[in-house]
Design a binder for this molecule. Structure first.
Ligand code: RUB
Length: 313
């Protein structure tokens, strides 16, 4: 079944990257809504709720996942019959997937404006949104060069350099620890996001905060390319983003680790970059300073402090 398969693929990172995870979850809910055999609307609601929870539990950090699930599941609220509920969910899923893909195109167009002819860029991990900006700048004929990190331990940098290479963009593949060494040659750092908090802090692949610190010290601008559904509504209430910590075996083979009884391998998958190290967040609705994160959550995700306090969300 697509639902179980998708949940497993997200958990094991066969499907990865916040945008792709969100679309895959919407697609799985769409298929599930159309195929589960239930006798009435109440049973359908229960089954769909369980499916939603199963998907959300796969990876805790990318807020795009619960936001996508929420966008699809909101179709249930106005439905009075089982066929109505099935079609409402399918429609919401289609709308979400379409708008997610469209958002990446819009971000590419807006982000490319911030990339100048002759720029040397640096990116980290493999972000569809960040790469879309770089590819669009190249498509517009701007001469650019990119530094792309390796991204230990899962080596997402390999995916990034393949894409850049296929586009014929001059690319330097570097160790994560070589970021400061090259930072003075870089004009602009561009990364994606798994979550953005109400105060504009950016949660992204482990190492992003260190890169931001190096960029800040070298007076190199850092921009974040992120769809509006990467903003985390619940941070309005002071809720923190959970940072996923993955198995130590991704970092050190178990056989080696077992021989070192006093050593504990730590493997957080993400970190938090404070808003003061972020110059601009490029969303599909426009580029904003991180301080305006609340207005994105309120205007485009439709969640505000008032609603929380009325218990509506
Ligand atoms: C991926 C990662 C990406 C963001 C944004 O981490 O940190 O920068 O998800 O990606 P992982 P996108 O590989 O652990 O999922 O712009 O594609 O949504």
């Amino acid at each position: 079944m697509l639902l179980t398969e998708t949940a497993e693929d997200i958990r094991t990172m066969k499907i990865r990257g916040a945008g792709r995870i969100a679309r895959a979850a919407a697609e799985a809910l769409r298929e599930y809504a159309g195929t589960i055999e239930v006798s009435d609307l109440a049973a359908f609601r229960t089954e769909m709720q369980e499916a939603a929870e199963q998907l959300i539990a796969t990876r805790p950090t990318a807020v795009s996942l619960p936001n996508a699930v929420h966008a699809v599941m909101s179709g249930l609220s106005g439905a009075d019959s089982l066929p109505e509920a099935r079609s409402a969910l399918r429609e919401r899923a289609d709308t979400f997937i379409r708008s997610s893909l469209h958002a990446v195109e819009e971000i590419a167009a807006i982000g490319a404006r911030h990339i100048s002819d002759g720029d040397v860029l640096m990116t980290h991990c493999n972000s569809e949104a960040a790469l879309a900006c770089i590819l669009e700048a190249d498509r517009q004929g701007k001469e650019i060069e990119v530094y792309a990190t390796e991204v230990r331990p899962r080596n997402q940098g390999l995916v990034t350099i393949r894409t850049l290479n296929d586009a014929g963009i001059r690319t330097n593949y570097i160790l994560d620890s070589a970021v400061r060494y090259f930072m003075n040659e870089v004009d602009l750092v561009i990364v994606g996001a798994d979550a953005i908090t109400v105060n504009g802090a950016v949660v992204n692949k482990i190492g992003t905060a260190q890169i931001a610190l190096a960029a800040h010290e070298a007076r190199t601008n850092l921009i974040v390319a992120a769809e509006t559904y990467k903003f985390a509504p619940r941070t309005i209430l002071g809720e923190l983003i959970e940072i996923e910590e993955r198995s130590g075996s991704e970092v050190l083979p178990d056989t080696l680790a077992r021989a070192l009884s006093h050593v504990r391998v730590r493997n957080p998958a993400f970190d938090v970059t404070p808003a003061e190290y972020v110059d601009l967040i490029v969303t599909e609705k426009g580029a904003i300073p991180p301080g305006l994160a609340y207005s994105i959550i309120k205007e485009y995700l439709g969640w505000s402090i008032g609603e929380f306090h009325k218990g509506l969300v």
